[in-house]
Design a protein around this ligand. Structure first.
Ligand code: ADP
Ligand code: MG
Length: 597
């Protein structure tokens, strides 16, 4: 026998979806006030919301008819058709909250629009209207909810202790107040004012809500693309903890949770915080509501993004940028002055500390001797930011001792922003900074290809590149190599490709399209295919991303460049076959200075 449930029970069941605890009511009432364009919102709670929750706002108010309708299930002024579901700009849209609250509590509404003389007064208990009339009330709305679950004892019994319920309420309050700093809020519990927030800007609002001690630990995040704008703050790494509470994502000012985006954020902190720690953050995304589905669950903490992969990448880049900008981590990935080192971060330790013995025609021993004085200092010393002179060499009476009793070998230095003079035991080297760096990068890229050890740096703006039909075909052949170098390129049909990311090796600020066109050109020009695609691409990339003449180098950069060059397999020549350095021996010099004959 199937029987229809009485309305009162049906309403209570439906209410269970939306109203789980006092904090759910706080959330719904605060959001309604926001949707009503309130500038000032007052939250009054007693007994952790178990006996009373009241929200008073100075928003648009309701006329008598709307006031009565607002308690009907699925009554909303916020959407009209299903199409509107894809363009939600308000916090509410289901038209369920007031109906649900009225089903399980005693509710008193006072509301007045600016046009109306008298306010509407409605008392409703367990979905039954008890009283409807007029009263005096300023423009705006007050909704008071008393004795939650008075008619559903089973649910009332399941409410948690007062401190726990109050904590939930505070959390809901925080989320709304954080999203609307331009709105003033007060929050009173048991006659005690917990928060009194003026209309303010974002950072003071966050600090007021999280605590004064946060002021100096917040790093601003700000990045925007056509698709999404990201702003907010992340905590300095030292503020990370195993279970931080301060983790807030908002999209279009709606709080949400997302393990996926949290992962992006956490990975931006990689290496900066212990593995079992979590960063703190208050991040606001703004985007076209059409790209977003907020209709996932009645309590609306989950959202779906149309293109969540892209948002993941943008967020990660934005946060890394924020951390880098404030020198929380070596800003190598982003600061153009340092781009020269960018590609080295991965392998630098090994090649700096213990240079791989070079293996050109000369034997290792020859090289070791030749390069005496060029070898780098240990990493620790370099890390301290000190520039340490290359080791002093003891005279060796058997070789050059005859020339100078106590040869000292000083640090390499740059001249004319183009060449590096690097003293060696037997004289000095004149190094072409550009060709040397080209060699270093070339070998690095080849090695990356060999070891499949690549990292991609997403471009903030994907670029579309279009080729002629013939070129597109050639380009397709190059795609696998480009991909294994860290290019993220998607064929897009009709000879078009979308470039989403470049190898994380110094190309971030470069013009991606230019690089691809150049690569294609080089490949086509290598008519008899002397070089493999790998070699071709590495050559071209090295040429594009190497430091150029005219670039002033810091002492450490010079030292690094020299030691890296001599850690190469073939330091003598650039990939294009030009010498990377010229050797001047003391004997040569002596000859030059000898008397005219
Ligand atoms: P929803 O917010 O999803 O539309 P609610 O049940 O929360 O549904 O509210 C129903 C309707 O009551 C709203 O659409 C709005 O028109 C009106 N309303 C509720 N609270 C307020 C308020 N504080 N000020 C003005 N109008 C309100
Ligand atoms: Mg609502």
């Amino acid at each position: 026998m199937i029987e229809l449930l009485p309305d009162s029970i049906a309403n209570q069941i439906a209410a269970g979806e939306v109203i789980q605890r006092p904090a759910s009511i706080v959330k719904e009432l605060l959001e309604n006030a926001i949707d009503a364009d309130a500038q000032q919102i007052e939250l009054i709670v007693t007994h952790s919301g178990k006996s009373r929750i009241q929200v008073i706002d100075d928003g648009v108010g309701m006329d008598p008819q709307d006031a009565r309708l607002s308690f009907e299930r699925h009554a909303t002024s916020k959407i009209k058709s299903s199409a509107d579901l894809f363009d939600i700009r308000t916090m509410g849209f289901r038209g369920e909250a007031l109906a649900s609250i009225a089903a399980v509590a005693q509710v008193e509404l006072k509301t007045r629009t600016r046009e109306q003389e008298a306010a509407t007064h409605i008392v409703i208990e367990g979905s039954e209207v008890q009283k409807q009339g007029e009263c005096a009330f300023p423009a705006g709305t007050s909704i008071q909810v008393k004795n939650l679950f008075y008619n559903v004892p089973a649910r009332r019994k399941f409410l948690k202790s007062d401190p726990v319920e109050l904590k939930h309420i505070q959390e809901e309050f925080r989320r709304v107040a954080m999203a609307y700093p331009e709105v003033a809020f007060t929050f009173t519990h048991n006659e005690k004012t917990l928060f009194k927030l003026p209309a303010q800007s974002l950072k003071p609002r966050i600090v007021d809500l999280l605590g004064k001690n946060w002021a100096s630990f917040l790093l601003p995040v700000e990045e925007s693309t056509e698709m999404v704008s990201i702003k907010g703050y992340v905590g300095k790494p030292e503020k990370s903890r195993k279970r931080p509470e301060e983790q807030y994502f908002f999209v279009n000012r709606r709080f949400f949770k997302s393990g996926y985006l949290f992962h992006a954020l956490k990975s931006a902190y990689e290496g900066l915080i212990p593995k079992d720690h979590k960063p703190v953050y208050v991040i606001y995304l703004e985007m076209d509501p059409a790209q977003l589905d907020v209709n996932v669950h009645p309590t609306k903490q989950e959202v779906k993004f149309e293109n969540q992969r892209a948002i993941y990448n943008y967020l990660k880049v934005a946060v890394r940028h924020a951390l880098g900008k404030f020198q929380v981590m070596p800003s190598l990935d982003f600061e153009s002055e340092n781009r020269f080192f960018q590609g080295d971060s991965g392998s630098s330790t090994s090649s700096k500390g213990k240079a791989r013995p070079p293996q050109p025609s000369q034997s290792d021993e020859d090289w070791a001797q030749f390069l005496e004085g060029v070898r780098p200092q240990p990493d620790e010393e370099r890390a301290a930011g000190e520039f340490i002179l290359s080791s002093k060499v003891q005279p060796d009476s058997e070789s050059e001792g005859e020339l100078f009793a106590e040869p000292t070998i000083s640090a390499p230095y740059q001249i004319h922003r183009s060449y590096i003079i690097s003293p060696i035991r037997s004289g000095f080297l004149l190094i072409d900074q550009s060709l040397a760096h080209e060699r270093i990068l070339y070998e690095k890229y080849l090695k990356m290809l060999e070891e499949q050890d690549v990292q991609t740096q997403r471009e903030l703006y994907p670029t579309t590149v279009e080729f002629s039909a013939g070129d597109a075909q050639i380009f397709e052949q190059m795609l696998p190599t480009l991909t294994s170098l860290g290019f993220d390129i998607e064929p897009f049909g009709a000879n078009t490709f979308i470039l989403q990311g470049l190898p994380a090796m110094g190309l971030l600020d470069s013009d991606g399209e230019q690089i691809l066109l150049q690569l294609l050109d080089d490949y086509k020009n290598d008519q008899d295919n002397q070089l493999s695609i790998d070699q071709n691409v590495s050559t071209m990339l090295a040429r594009t991303s190497c430091i150029k003449k005219g670039k002033e180098l810091a002492a450490e950069e010079i030292e690094h460049l020299v030691s890296q060059l001599f850690a190469c397999e073939e330091p003598t020549y650039s990939p294009g076959g030009r010498p990377c350095f010229i050797t001047y021996t003391l004997k040569d010099l002596q000859k030059k200075f000898s008397k005219k004959q």
